[in-house]
Design a protein around this ligand. Structure first.
Ligand SMILES: *Cc1c(COP(=O)(O)O)cnc(C)c1O
Length: 398
């Protein structure tokens, strides 16, 4: 079997000369997941183990010493995610937030500054405001769709630009290549939270970003059964520093969680195709509905980021947000009347979810510059039958 673990820097021919680099859907199933050398098991076993035998002092038999440092199931996931993002190193964490925290405490020091999105994920905003600001890391929210505003927000002590695209919950689109240019000019890192798009739809490193962050809880895991996070970096040297902090801080993914995530990743491509098709149909229906004031979906030609989304994404994703013409009460009622769309936080699973960002996922941003409209409803459109989904939404908002 060819070695699928090379990063983006590798030539199209694999090092082993075994042919062209496999395409995304092949990497999702095989990268980092060669059959187990001892048993032939075709999927990586769950190595539920903390420590490993050393043949002599300092000579671990299989290269593993202790599972906080490295664990074979986690390594399989890390190599797979690295391949899917075309990076030089992948690291798996206990959650998306753990990945973000470890990353930021690796690349920033107290006294530094980060530019963050004007409508960042609520938990990311809370991490910056309530945990990292007291630690000494300053931040400035900037509207990422406005490249000049991002450039203007960069200061001498800025270490990174943190981008999310599409954003949560307003589905704003940032031009990753343009932000990469701003970051390069300023000598700072461009970090992209690629959770909403998944690597199947968008590959920020190829567009010039330095770091990709994921909540693997969402599309990568895809089945609402595991919490996890990941960081993929282009530069292996930064990858080494991150691995040091991953081990030193210890917020690692456990073997079973890594295994569940790997199982989900295998079907990422086929799931994303259906998520995109169903979300497009939902956005189209909402756009025609008299009780809907506004629809946010980058696939709609009228969306302000549509042209950039066409340029940098393979599809427009499964997330749709909309505002009710009759205000907050109508938004709350729609969330509670939906039946097939389950009322719940999170996103990216096979089942459709509905939520009220103002009271649920983004409640922690209330009163801040990142506060979301009270009449907003967010949908994570799943892969159920599309007619059933449309019928349920019709009854929920009518
Ligand atoms: C969910 C999410 C996170 C946080 O990930 P957890 O796995 O919940 O810790 C970060 N960014 C985005 C965009 C998310 O949706």
């Amino acid at each position: 079997m060819p070695d699928f673990s090379e990063g983006a820097e590798e030539p199209a021919e694999s090092a082993a000369g075994a042919g062209p680099r496999p395409a995304f859907d092949t990497l999702a199933i095989h990268a980092g997941q060669a059959p187990d050398p001892t048993t032939g098991a075709v999927v990586p076993p769950i190595y539920q183990v903390s420590t490993y035998k050393q043949d002599r002092i300092g000579e671990p038999r299989g290269g593993y010493e202790y599972s906080r440092t490295a664990n074979p199931t986690r390594v399989a996931l890390e190599e797979c995610l690295m391949a899917l993002e075309g990076g030089g190193r992948g690291l798996a964490f206990a959650s998306g937030m753990a990945a973000e925290d470890t990353l930021l405490r690796t690349v920033c020091r107290p006294g530094d500054h980060v530019v963050i999105p004007g409508d960042a994920y609520g938990g990311t905003y809370r991490l910056f405001d309530k945990v990292l600001r007291p630690w000494g890391l300053a931040y400035t929210p900037a509207p990422l769709a406005d490249v000049a505003a991002v450039r203007a927000a960069v200061r001498p002590e800025t270490r990174a630009i943190w981008a999310e695209t599409p954003t949560n919950p307003l589905l704003g689109i940032a031009d990753i290549a343009a932000l990469a240019q701003v970051a390069t000019d300023a000598g700072v890192l461009l970090i992209v939270d690629n959770t909403f798009a998944s690597p199947y739809l968008q590959q920020p490193l190829a567009l010039g970003a330095d770091v990709v962050v994921h909540s693997t809880t969402k599309y990568l895991g895809g089945h609402s059964d595991v919490i996890g996070g990941a960081v993929v970096v282009a530069d292996p040297e930064l990858g080494e520093r991150l691995a040091f902090h991953q081990n030193a801080m210890g917020a690692v993914a456990g073997p079973f969680d890594a295994w569940l995530t790997l199982r989900g990743v295998k079907t990422l491509g086929v799931r994303m195709e259906r998520h995109c098709a169903n979300a497009a149909a939902v956005a189209e229906m909402l756009g025609r509905h008299p009780r809907v004031a506004e629809v946010y979906y980058p696939g709609l030609p009228g969306h302000p980021g549509h042209d950039i989304a066409v340029k940098q994404m393979r599809g427009f994703g499964g997330m749709v947000s909309f505002r009710l013409a009759d205000g907050e009460a109508a938004a709350l009622a729609a969330c509670e009347r939906a039946k097939l769309f389950t009322l719940g936080e999170s996103l990216g699973g096979v089942e459709s979810l509905i939520e009220h960002p103002g009271r649920m996922t983004h409640a922690s941003a209330a009163g801040s510059p990142l506060e979301v409209p009270a009449d907003l409803v967010r949908l994570s459109v799943g892969i159920e039958d599309v007619d059933d989904l449309l019928r349920d939404l019709e009854q929920a908002i009518s």
